[in-house]
Design a protein around this ligand. Sequence first.
Ligand code: FES
Length: 366
Amino acid sequence: MSFLPFAGLRLIRPLLVPLRALVRGQWLRESDVDALLRACHRGWALDRVYARVEARQWVADDMLELRLRPNANWRGARPGQHVQLYVEREGVRCSRSYSLTRMAEDGCLEFAVKLQPGGRVSSYLLHQLCVGEMLELGAADGDLSWPQDEQGVLLLAAGSGLTPLLGLLREALVRGYSGPVTLLHYVRERGQKAFVDGLETLARQHPNLELRWALSGDAPVDDELRGRFHPGHVQGLGERHVLACGPGGFVDSVRQALGASSRSLQLESFSPPSWDEGEPARSVNLRFARSALEVAGDSRRSLLEQAEASGLRPAHGCRQGVCASCTCTLVSGCVRDLRSGELFSEPGQPIRICVSAPQGDLTVDL
Ligand code: FES
């Protein structure tokens, strides 16, 4: 219990400037300064972002919206981006990436968390995290953006892929976007339709917004569509800017069906990368420079997986190439991005090791 206010960190910011200089000069350790600041208030820190849980609200049977107020160290984000949330479970620090569904005018951030079967972090956030508790946040990341012109937008979401699109949609409508917008959300069961009340309110306020849902498990009723994504579901909408977000298979189907016919296409996948089963594995030599470790590896598995198999514990979050927390520097050699197949071989280039497989002998700064 602290008698100092959470917002007091903003008032003492000028005092932190010389402390930062001392930390940079290695006269002080950041962890010591943080320990002192956190003794004043558990939401204070030199540079780390802590956020207080202001509210929790169920928005589907398996999805909870969290409203968080970040401390003065928060550096901002854009709608559609995602942020790493850190929690400590049984002495182990874990993190997951969640998309912003709203950035409120009062400075609060809203995230939606979907329950993952067996998921340690999501189950804690949904069932145990209480209002008033603190979470640590990472920096915002992600490239999805709302199209510039008013030619119309098609938003395709599967499961929790709705969340970044919702953040973009809300912001665009508040800004006065007047082109036609169709949001089609794919879920298995009716109870997984998320944010229904809020979306229907938005559609009443903005007649240019059309809402559709498709169910692959429950039998559809009224105007609900049946099954997984099918080009027939979006026939007749004309040439639109398409934003799609969801598991890899869903995003691939959208790419194949609409890649050539859409005005522009932005895709974000939440699934772990899939390997090309047809490609034989080649032996490679892996050197983890900072750990002074050299091991035999192969060209099919991700560097993260192979580092872990060698006993290293690299920082990571989503393991899907989304959150950027596993980023390391490529010192030499070549990697293949397991999502796109693209090759990277520029020394000094940052690579996300969870989605990068070595294509020959390689050194990475890990
Ligand atoms: S762990 Fe999230 S990008 Fe690699």
